[in-house]
Design a protein. Structure first.
Length: 318
């Protein structure tokens, strides 16, 4: 049977180009919009895989049936004013992406626990200088967002010995992890030394990481803290508040992978703080070959009547 065509509008970054999307697509024909392919008409094309895309792209696709997001987050797709109503949107859920996010979260928690910045600075001064050394179980990591990424990170942080608690819109039950729902945010914050953000960007999460919230976190008796680690979305954080909280000690450290505006401006004060780790949105890039295989698999499910997985709830915004 002939395979249906996929329209592709994704400008893969260097880090993502470990393979080719075609390696995963099982021979499925592609119209590569991001590479400038412009057929006379897009009529008949039922599927689009997008990340960056022209605002009128969907208007040109009269037969569009499913939109696939090339990432786990769908805020960019949902922000498109020309998003057609009622078309299912599938987000990318993938073991490789999930496990790399958890690696990044664990690495940041360990960087702060083991005071890596202190040793880097001491090395630069050729100075033999030790620092206090509490163990992971002395620190409570609070994860905001207990979805695919938050839950995997919770399990891996637990395995490292951290005390882990979590917060999400709806109540969760996770073995060994005290879970709080939306109504119990303050209680959750009051127990958290290291705050991990793994929330999608929605109306409810925009600007949620601000001075008021940071002021409710728990200081650790010995370690620089509280610490804020964000792998979710930058517009969930208020960067002027982060800078002033680092300045006055409300925050003892941060690890930020995402920013209100990306790329982060070279004039941002965040680059310069001693206890700030700054990353260019690389915590968990999509692996292109896995992405191709995932989209191809979802199309096959859809066409055989099995149904799509990981559908976005447009009302909730994630
Ligand atoms: P999921 O949809 O699986 O999980 C989202 C979690 O956030 C759920 O637990 C959900 O609650 C919770 N949540 C959503 N809105 C609220 C709210 N208003 N209040 C409280 N909790 C809320 O997403 P993933 O775990 O797969 O991904 C999370 C985000 O990570 C993505 O949306 C994306 O923005 C970001 N990301 C960043 C990457 C990077 O490289 N930096 C890579 C990949 C993703 P509930 O369980 O009750 O629904
Ligand atoms: C994603 C991302 O959402 O890489 O997958 O940010």
């Amino acid at each position: 049977m002939d395979q249906s065509t996929l329209l592709l509008s994704v400008d893969f970054t260097a880090a993502e180009k470990l393979g080719s999307i075609h390696d995963g697509l099982d021979g499925r024909p592609v119209v590569d919009w991001s590479k400038g392919e412009r057929p006379e008409s897009l009529a008949g094309i039922k599927y689009a895989l997008v990340w960056e895309f022209d605002s009128d792209l969907f208007d040109r696709m009269p037969d569009l049936e499913v939109i696939f997001s090339a990432g786990a987050g769908v805020d960019k797709v949902l922000a498109n004013p020309a998003l057609p109503q009622g078309i299912p949107i599938v987000r990318f859920v993938d073991h490789s992406l999930t496990t790399r996010m958890s690696e990044w979260i664990c690495m940041q928690c360990l960087n702060h626990l083991r005071q890596q910045k202190h040793y880097d600075a001491a090395q630069k001064r050729s100075e033999w200088s030790d620092a206090p050394q509490p163990q992971a179980s002395d620190v409570t990591v609070g994860i905001m967002g207990l979805g695919v990424l938050g839950q995997d990170s919770a399990h891996k942080l637990k395995a490292l010995g951290f005390n882990v608690i979590g917060w999400s819109r709806t109540q969760k039950q996770i073995d060994g992890v005290e879970c709080y729902d939306e109504a119990h945010l303050d209680e959750f914050l009051s127990k958290t030394n290291y705050l991990v953000g793994l929330l999608p960007l929605t109306q409810g999460t925009t600007g949620i990481f601000n001075r008021d919230l940071f002021g409710k976190l728990a200081k650790h008796p010995v370690l620089p803290s509280p610490v804020f680690i964000n792998g979710g979305r930058g517009k969930s954080q208020v960067e002027t508040d982060i800078a002033s909280c680092l300045q006055d000690g409300t925050l003892g450290g941060v690890s930020l992978d995402v920013f209100e505006e990306e790329p982060l401006s070279s004039s941002s004060p965040l680059w310069k703080f001693e206890n700030a780790y700054i990353f260019p949105h690389v915590a968990a890039n999509s692996d292109v070959k896995s992405l191709g295989a995932y989209v191809d698999g979802q199309i096959k499910r859809y066409e055989s009547g099995e149904g799509l997985e990981n559908l976005v709830d447009v009302e909730l915004g994630y």
